[in-house]
Design a binder for this molecule. Structure first.
Ligand SMILES: Cc1ncc(COP(=O)(O)O)c(C=O)c1O
Length: 386
């Protein structure tokens, strides 16, 4: 079966009720027929039996299985949020004395973990510029254990050549971790290009309707087993209810991402060359500096675009206040189009230099393009720009 079909047809085994839609397994724990069965469930090498929903649950397993099939991964684990997925990767595979190389253009909370928490535990980091992948190799030390990127990045929409970075990581024996949240597996499958682990904030396009939080990491079986044991013991597990919502959402992921992307391209084309803007950035616009790389590794440009208002920080606030119906919120990946102004909101606590380093300019507006009619979205933006 093709991924579009797998996203719809993958399901936990039907119960005796013969339900068509997948049921929700709201239970904290699971029962055994005998004391011997219960003892066997707790054997160290037995990870297949449901014991307790912090460890595993059929609704969560169905969600994980679907993401694995879509990403082309051997195995996966699910977490309560995207940040739990990011931090679980760092905490499972990094130890005191280790070094991590990361793109500087990463989500704000990931930046906080890298710069504020990891050093507290004796883990050092080096940042590189997404637009200078040739600078990575010089940063590699004997203690470098992980290389971390988001592509496209949040919010700068920088794109990096996954194949190039994966080859570098392989050569030096470094774990290559990709946050694939902006693309989703309907747009990009980093494992195909050599990534070891792929993670998501499922809160975004995977849910797609701004309802629940969730995270997921997929990759090679031996790596996932280590992550599974970390999560099972430390507790950032995904709730069965959220997993059920997310699993149903995956059934519509491909059609949604196609529409998000065609709407985003329509708006990007409609805004490019607007007199109030210095630039418009979208991975599938030929003016994107990595257009060729985006075309190589992405099926479409995804649902996010950014533009820079010539009127800067104050212009950003004014733009948001001039919107009539577009949502002003810091989430993304929703059926509703969302505008945000990182410099005055999510990244307002960073200094100007820090913002610059993560690709946030004063007048940058991030648009998470929804599923409304593209002409309505464009007209709303044009009236706010006017
Ligand atoms: C690229 C990226 N990674 C991770 C996260 C964190 O996800 P969550 O909010 O589900 O913890 C976000 C949230 O916006 C994100 O955009």
């Amino acid at each position: 079966m093709r991924p579009e079909t797998l996203a719809i047809r993958t399901q936990t085994e039907r119960t005796g009720e013969k339900e068509h839609s997948t049921p929700l397994f709201l239970t904290s724990s699971f029962v055994y027929d005998t004391a011997e069965d219960m003892a066997a469930a707790f054997a160290d090498d037995n990870l297949d039996v449901n014991i307790y929903s912090r460890f595993s649950n059929p609704s969560v397993d169905e969600f994980i299985k679907k993401v694995c099939l879509l990403e082309g991964a051997e195995d996966g684990i699910a977490t309560a949020t995207g940040m739990a997925a990011v931090s679980a990767c760092f905490m499972t595979f990094l130890a005191s004395g280790d070094h991590i190389i990361s793109a500087s253009a990463v989500f704000g909370s990931t930046h906080t973990i890298l710069t504020k928490y990891l050093p507290k535990w004796g883990i050092t980091y080096s940042y590189f510029d997404m637009n200078k992948p040739e600078s990575i190799e010089a940063l590699i030390r004997p203690s470098t254990k992980m290389l971390y990127v988001e592509t496209p990045s949040n919010p700068g929409l920088d794109v990096i050549d996954l194949e190039y970075v994966a080859a570098l990581c392989k050569k030096h024996g470094i774990l290559f971790v990709v946050d694939n949240c902006f693309a989703t597996p309907a747009v990009q499958q980093p494992i195909k290009f050599g990534a070891d682990l792929v993670l998501h904030s499922a809160t975004k396009f995977i849910d797609g309707q701004g309802r629940v939080l969730g995270g997921v990491v997929v990759g090679k079986k031996d790596l996932i087993k280590q992550l599974y044991l970390f999560i099972r013991n430390t507790g950032p597990s995904l709730s069965p209810f959220n997993a059920w919502v997310l699993s149903k959402s995956l059934e519509t992921l491909f059609v949604r991402m196609e529409k998000h992307a065609s709407n985003a391209l329509y708006i990007a084309n409609g805004l490019e060359n607007h007199a109030a803007l210095s630039w418009v950035k979208y991975p599938f616009l030929p003016s994107h500096t990595r257009f060729d790389v985006a075309r190589k590794q992405m099926f479409n440009g995804g649902g996010i675009l950014t533009f820079e208002l010539k009127s800067g920080l104050e212009g950003g606030r004014k733009f948001l206040n001039s919107l009539k119906w577009l949502s002003m919120t810091n989430n993304l990946g929703d059926s509703r189009t969302i505008a945000s102004h990182p410099a005055s909101t999510t990244h307002s606590k960073l200094t100007e230099d820090e913002r610059q380093a993560v690709g946030i300019t004063p007048g940058l507006i991030r648009l998470s393009v929804g599923l409304e009619h593209p002409q309505d979205i464009l007209e709303e933006i044009l009236q706010a720009l006017a």
